[in-house]
Write a protein that binds this ligand. Structure first.
Ligand code: SF4
Ligand code: SF4
Length: 238
């Protein structure tokens, strides 16, 4: 999700690149799961996330829609996000709350949070989860990372290289994909986001959904090759 915020108010004022050290390492979260709770529809998923979730869980996009992810309108575009639910909250063991603030007891939780308060899909969790408490700031056809200072409750975080924190193989390719996807989404949002709903906008939304999410990515083939083939097709309708 694009947020118009004053970075000085929510960050340490620095920008980071993949090789920089950043004070983000929260020591394996150690009993905390706060950022997996009450996130509404804000954990928006991109095609890489969906490809990884599908491969990791052996489920199609439509199967993921049965409780794991949902669709919402984001500035005029239909995009998937992780589901937060009361059902997930009910499965979480009460002993988890020993180290948690009471405020987390009654809030919806991510459906991937397991009974021990850990992420059950850690090795293929979505990009936003990997980043947290980092964010991305997009400027001049590029992006850098920033550290959100008011989001992670652990205050004894240690330094770690950004690329190690994110932990995605072939980070250069991934970063280029993130930038290209972000740019395309923005172009679509600029073109369609503020217009009243029309058949054409609905058709374009359905086209994007089908092209980038619903059509399965073949596990055995390179994700980026598959993505960029679809990307070229989608650019033609811009
Ligand atoms: S708030 Fe910080 S320590 Fe807690 S789960 Fe999130 S990243 Fe980990
Ligand atoms: S996918 Fe994992 S890390 Fe992300 S919100 Fe859900 S439980 Fe937390």
């Amino acid at each position: 999700m694009i947020r118009e915020v004053n970075l000085d108010e929510i960050s340490d004022g620095k920008r980071y690149s993949a090789n920089d050290l950043v004070k983000a390492d929260c020591n394996d979260c150690k009993g905390c799961f706060e950022c997996c709770c009450d996130m509404g529809s804000s954990i928006i998923l991109d095609p890489y996330d969906i490809a990884m979730l599908s491969a990791g869980l052996g489920q199609s996009f439509d199967q993921l829609l049965q409780g794991k992810i949902e669709l919402n309108l984001v500035d005029g575009l239909i995009l998937p996000n992780l589901v937060m639910s009361k059902r997930a909250q009910a499965t979480v063991m009460s002993q988890m709350y020993q180290n948690q603030e009471d405020k987390l007891k009654d809030v919806p939780k991510c459906n991937f949070l397991n009974e021990n308060g850990r992420c059950s899909i850690h090795s293929f969790r979505p990009g936003i989860c990997r980043l947290f408490p980092l964010g991305r700031v997009y400027e001049n056809h590029s992006f850098q990372y920033f550290l959100q200072t008011q989001e992670c409750m652990k205050n004894n975080r240690t330094k770690i290289k950004v690329k190690k924190w994110i932990g995605i193989p072939d980070l250069k390719k991934y970063e280029q994909f993130v930038l290209d996807w972000h740019t395309m989404i923005q172009e679509f949002q600029k073109k369609f986001g503020n217009e009243p709903s029309t058949d054409q906008i609905r058709d374009n939304n359905l086209f994007l959904l089908k092209t980038f999410f619903q059509t399965p990515y073949t596990k055995e083939k390179d994700f980026y090759d598959q993505f960029y083939e679809r990307f070229q097709n989608a650019k033609q309708i811009l």
